[in-house]
Design a protein. Structure first.
Lengths: 251, 296, 556
């Protein structure tokens, strides 16, 4: 085997635990978790998601990107001896001994239909599509349930007073897992309220950059057409030369 | 010479950020002119809107207490050195002050609320909720009139109080039967103050949502009595009163065809005119009735 | 936090021995602050690329059936192409049609979703469109795109420049007319997203904050913090939902249907939960099923989502679609190498374009941070496995440091919180503060460079079949540039949506629903001597524990 090929083999061997699942014989430390009430002994270094897989679950629901972006693996758990329910993304939360857990793979929450090009850029848009925002009693349960650690209640309050910027920036990192809405005593769908608010802010809160408008006009007017016609026809050698002679923009 | 600036924590409330922006804009400008800087609470939330009278309904007081904690934080972080929280909207004032009173008088309730809000600092009960009008009343005599650049001489104005800044008595900022706190300011800016007994009659409040005609009848009583006493304009400090008194005039005319419309302002708008501020700071609604000579 | 069950002592998320190595990085930081190793010459690049998984010997074999017979591909991909179907002719009832849209779109990432919206804008009524998803709508690689979207919209930039960068990065294997469509439409796509309400990073005056992407000659990257794909996906998904365009979830396509004469006429969908199949009859079919990261080509960890299993390529290939550049795989230079829970996860290139440097065990900056991805990845492999200057983790993986504290030294305190909230959050969950300490990185399987060959309108060589996004081949050549993938999805999603709508409106499309092509393909497999050991598409990877699997009884 050539050196390069054996290096590839060494890389694959080192990554086996990640690409093919951990092997019990490599594990020193174990914890017991309760998946929907039933106890399983799993390696201590796993996330809830990988621990459930280790235990024999093959996911069809409750899993998506596996890296904390998509919000598919919402999980509610409680630790033995504690009364508080906690929340987390199964793919981003380490298992702990005595964890009782269940996944919430779907949030049956309302999503309003609208055309943002026809709505007015003020607080009334929230009362129109999500009138229940006015029921917020500032209990902060939503904030406590957010696996992204967002100040959810603060952004709902911003919506109520039409502060689009605070709402948009405060909710920007939302992965729409739905846990806030599932816990809200006022039945507010925080993440959908935020989605509406961000889109309104994105469209109306900031001007369209002038350089973008200019470029679109130039394209429309055919400014680049001739050069592009030539470029797609030039032989590879010439493209290579053009590529090699690029001047890098200053930092 | 501009006065020294004194910073107060300030709670705007949702309405002042939406339909009553003109109230906030004019109030902040007038305050500044008088050496008062109203520093908006960081991260404030809804006041709770209506004070809940149910004994065991503590969840509806959480919102107000959370705002009071923000005042503590502002003091802790050096943003202000002032425990008195200034409000403008009568509804917010009433709710915040009553909750503050309730938790100060019921340590057990306060403890429960504090425990529920375990992510926040405990509320220690040291904040005092006041209305901007109270702050103006404290100023040296003449402080307001000295700043007047354009006295409202000849303008006959009826102050309207409604319920929320007078009742219940323990939170009221003035004599609930014979209030003078707004009238004194109007007089200081040169207007002629028209007192009448309807200035503390309920405006109809939230009945405006489901029974417009009931509200229209109350509004007619309030406005027509003021007009009969010679008033050319009404002032108030409550966005809900202002809304009812102003917007329901259409329905009033349907019931009483002889009724003539009358403009409704926030007291701070008339102060702003008298202080010589431009239209942007006076915040007159382009659709609002404004006496000709006021704008000249 | 910080409670560990092992005997090793951890400080700030790292075991003590790694902590000692980090102190070397801290020591050399001041020296490196204003020093960047020069970009490699062409010869140096060629030399180091021998260590790239695409060029290192092994890991590939020749395809023995189908339109690309004789071409080579990664073993894992060829295994799926040379596998038997899940259903064959006669096994299912094709006479009862469950859905009959004008346009069927398979896959709801950025490409499929934008195709649906643009088809609707081009005059196809919403109820005549069907978007089907294997997982939930939006659970796709799109939503995980961190860095940004390229578009030549600054006055100092131009579509030609974008063209040259893209085609050079792709080693001149790209289809020029397809690249042209990509770069010419880019500004329009950005404008479209703005009108839909996407929140790009902006300067005070409203101009875009534009950043470097590896392999580009100019700053051209439009970002939304480090959640660019998430923001773009959320916005267009919300638009699709607001319009009420029909969308079904957990319903992958397991086979295309054809009229038996080189025309796609529909698909067989399969309910992942109940196992029931549904028959779709469509006049036009747009395939937007994404890539193949979950095949773990050459045993690499991946940045890809759970459903990236090459399904689209497999079913289209059986229907006669030609593949292109399927032999090249993009390894992102900087996947997380520590801690074990996040190995392989993407650490966006924007970290490097914002100042973070790859640093070896001795605290040296050893490579220009923004080489094209294949070169950068190979350089990291060389540092770890040839020069032996990598850092070995407690589980035996090797990596080099990515010196993230440099980002704040160069851009000011608070910059990481603002620009990389997702990254910071991910490491903080494992007690690592990337503002203060470097993070450990190693190349990770990221992107399927090639795929089903497309023309500038997303059309394939099979009538009635369009492709868009990662499943397609031609636009990126043999190596995709940063910021060109979300752009690819949005440009060709749009073009495929419009082109398919025009096709339908002109009265073409549709036909008999058969699996004749599958029968023919199976015969080819048999003739090639391939035994019926494997079936495909696989739909999902399997990470179940071996101990649990060993005792499983298949009852239901």
């Amino acid at each position: 085997m050539k050196t390069e090929e054996s290096i590839m083999q060494r890389i694959a061997d080192a990554a086996k635990a990640v690409t093919r699942g951990v092997d019990a014989k490599d594990i020193e430390h174990w914890v017991t978790i309760y998946i929907m009430g039933r106890a399983y002994k799993v390696p201590a270094d796993l996330t809830i998601l990988t621990a459930m897989e280790y235990a024999g679950y093959r996911f069809v629901r409750g899993v998506g990107c596996r890296q904390g972006f998509c919000g598919a693996c919402s999980t509610v758990y409680r630790k033995e001896g504690e009364y508080k329910l906690q929340t987390g993304m199964a793919c981003q939360t380490r298992v702990e001994d005595g964890m009782y857990l269940v996944q919430i793979p779907f949030a049956p929450a309302e999503k309003a239909a609208y055309d943002i090009s026809k709505e007015s850029y003020d607080a009334s848009v929230f009362l129109k599509f999500y009138p229940e925002v006015a029921r917020c009693v500032s209990c902060n349960t939503c904030t406590k349930s957010c696996p992204q650690d967002l100040e959810v209640m603060d952004y709902v309050q911003a919506a109520i007073r039409g502060d689009f910027q605070s709402l948009a920036e405060g909710s920007f990192d939302c992965i729409q897992c739905g846990l806030c809405a599932m816990r809200c005593p006022a039945d507010i769908v925080q993440y959908n309220v935020a989605q509406l608010g961000r889109r309104m802010y994105g469209r109306y809160g900031m001007p369209v950059p002038k350089h973008l408008i200019t470029r679109l006009q130039e394209i429309e007017a055919g400014k680049f057409r001739g050069k592009m016609d030539q470029l797609v026809a030039v032989p590879r050698e010439q493209l290579e030369k053009l590529y090699a002679s690029r001047v890098r923009e200053a930092d | 010479m501009e006065p020294d600036i004194h910073k107060f924590p300030y709670y705007p409330g949702c309405t002042l950020k939406t339909t009553a922006r003109n109230f906030e804009v004019s109030a902040l400008a007038c305050a500044k002119k008088l050496g008062i800087e109203l520093v908006e609470l960081p991260r404030w939330n809804c006041c709770g809107t209506v004070f809940s009278l149910t004994d065991d309904d503590l969840i509806h007081h959480v919102a107000a207490v959370r705002n009071l904690i923000r005042v503590q934080e502002m003091n802790r972080d050096g943003m202000v050195e002032e425990n008195r929280l200034v409000t403008l909207c009568s509804m917010c004032f009433n709710t915040l002050k009553r909750v503050n009173l309730l938790v100060k008088e019921n340590p057990e309730n306060l403890e429960k609320i504090n425990n529920f809000m375990y992510l926040e600092d405990d509320y220690e009960g040291n904040v005092e909720v006041i209305h901007f009008l109270e702050l103006l009343r404290e100023l040296d005599p003449g402080a307001i009139s000295q700043r007047v650049e354009r006295p409202l001489t000849g303008l006959r104005v009826a102050p309207y109080y409604g319920c929320l800044m007078l009742r219940p008595r323990e939170v009221g900022i003035d004599d609930p039967e014979e209030p003078t706190i707004q009238g004194a300011i109007l007089a200081a800016v040169g207007a002629e103050v028209i007192y009448n007994s309807y200035m503390k009659v309920c405006c109809g409040s939230y009945q405006t949502v489901n029974d417009k005609s009931a509200v229209a009848r109350l509004v007619y009583d309030i406005l027509s009595h003021a007009q009969a006493d010679g008033a050319q304009a009404i002032v108030t400090s409550c966005p809900l009163c202002a809304y009812n008194l102003d917007s329901r005039q259409k329905e009033v005319r349907e019931i009483y065809p002889d009724f003539e419309q009358i403009p409704v302002f926030y007291f701070t708008q008339l102060m702003a005119v008298a202080f010589g501020f431009g239209a942007d700071l006076c915040g007159f609604d382009p659709n609002q009735l404004v006496p000709e000579h006021l704008l000249k | 936090m910080g409670k560990k069950t092992t005997g090793i002592r951890y400080v700030g998320g790292y075991p003590e021995y790694m902590r000692k190595l980090i102190s070397i990085v801290h020591k050399t930081r001041a020296k490196r602050r204003d020093y960047t190793p020069p970009p490699m010459t062409k010869e140096e690049q060629e030399e180091v690329l021998k260590l790239h998984p695409d060029y290192a010997p092994g890991g590939k074999r020749t395809i023995s059936v189908g339109p690309n017979k004789g071409d080579i591909g990664p073993t894992e991909v060829v295994d799926l192409v040379e596998a038997y179907p899940l259903v064959e002719e006669g096994e299912i009832d094709l006479s009862k049609v469950d859905y009959s849209p004008d346009i069927l779109i398979i896959g709801g990432g950025l490409a499929g979703t934008s195709a649906a919206i643009w088809a609707n804008d081009s005059g196809i009524p919403k109820e005549k469109i069907l978007l089907t998803n294997k997982l939930r709508h939006g659970d796709a690689n799109s939503i995980m795109a961190e860095g940004g979207t390229q578009a030549a919209d600054r006055s100092v930039d131009s579509p030609e420049r974008h063209f040259i960068d893209t085609i050079g990065g792709g080693h001149f294997a790209n289809k020029p007319d397809v690249v042209r469509a990509l770069v010419e439409d880019a500004p329009l796509i950005i404008r479209w997203l703005l009108d839909l309400g996407a929140m790009f990073d902006r300067e005070e005056n409203g101009d875009f904050v534009e950043k470097w992407g590896g392999g580009t000659s100019i700053k051209r990257l439009h970002s939304c913090r480090d959640y660019t794909g998430l923001e773009e996906m959320r916005v267009i998904r919300d638009e699709l939902r607001s319009r009420g365009i029909p969308c079904i979830e957990h319903f992958p396509a397991i086979e295309l249907l054809t009229d038996g004469e080189n025309r796609v006429t529909g698909a067989v969908l399969w309910n992942l939960e109940t196992g029931e199949y549904k028959i779709v009859k469509a006049k036009a079919t747009i395939l937007a099923t994404g890539g193949f990261g979950r095949l773990h080509i050459r045993g690499f960890p991946t940045t890809n989502h759970y459903g990236a299993t090459c399904d689209g390529v497999v079913i289209a290939y059986r229907a006669g679609a030609r593949l292109r550049d399927i032999d090249t795989v993009q390894y992102h230079p900087t996947g997380a190498a520590y801690p074990i829970q996040i190995v392989g996860y993407l650490l966006t290139e924007k970290l490097r374009s914002s100042g973070a440097q790859p640093v070896n065990k001795d605290g040296e900056a050893f490579v220009f941070p923004l080489e094209p991805r294949d070169v950068e990845a190979a350089a990291l492999i060389r540092e770890c496995y040839v020069r032996n200057k990598g850092i070995t983790t407690p589980t035996g993986l090797r990596g080099v440091w990515l010196d993230t504290p440099l980002i704040e030294e160069k851009n000011g305190e608070g910059y990481i919180d603002k620009a990389f909230p997702g990254m910071r959050r991910m490491f903080a969950r494992f007690d690592i503060d990337m503002r203060k300490d470097p993070v450990l990185v190693f190349p990770t399987l990221h992107y399927q460079n090639g795929g089903i060959e497309t023309d500038p309108h997303g059309k394939t060589n099979v009538e009635g079949l369009w492709v868009a996004g990662e499943v397609s081949g031609g636009v990126h050549g043999k190596n995709r540039l940063m910021g060109n993938s979300t752009l690819d999805c949005l440009v060709f999603g749009r073009r495929a949506g419009i082109s398919a709508a025009e096709y339908v409106k002109s009265g073409r499309g549709g036909g008999a629903l058969t699996l004749k092509h599958v029968t023919g393909y199976v015969k080819d497999l048999e003739r090639a001597g391939i035994r019926p050991e494997r079936r495909s598409p696989i739909l999902l990877p399997d990470y179940r524990g071996r101990a649990a699997l060993a005792r499983m009884i298949d009852v239901f």
